[in-house]
Design a protein. Structure first.
Length: 65
């Protein structure tokens, strides 16, 4: 079968950070985590960014359902 060209090439993103989870309005923990994420992104520490994103997601799931 022809499976050679079934997918289009995805556009290349240049150092675009992943969509950050949105901080919950008025939540200090969210704001602190987002601040940490921003700092890590500025430092180019993408593994830390991913870690903080997971932490934000976990915090939101527990606190802001
Ligand atoms: Zn929060």
């Amino acid at each position: 079968m022809d499976d050679a060209k079934t997918t289009m090439a995805a556009p290349v993103h240049l150092m675009d950070p992943p969509e950050p989870p949105k901080p919950h309005k008025g939540c200090d923990v969210c704001r602190a985590l987002v601040g940490e994420r921003t700092e890590a992104a500025r430092a180019g520490d993408w593994s830390k960014v991913a870690d903080v994103n997971v932490e934000i997601g976990r915090h939101r799931a527990g606190r802001h359902k």
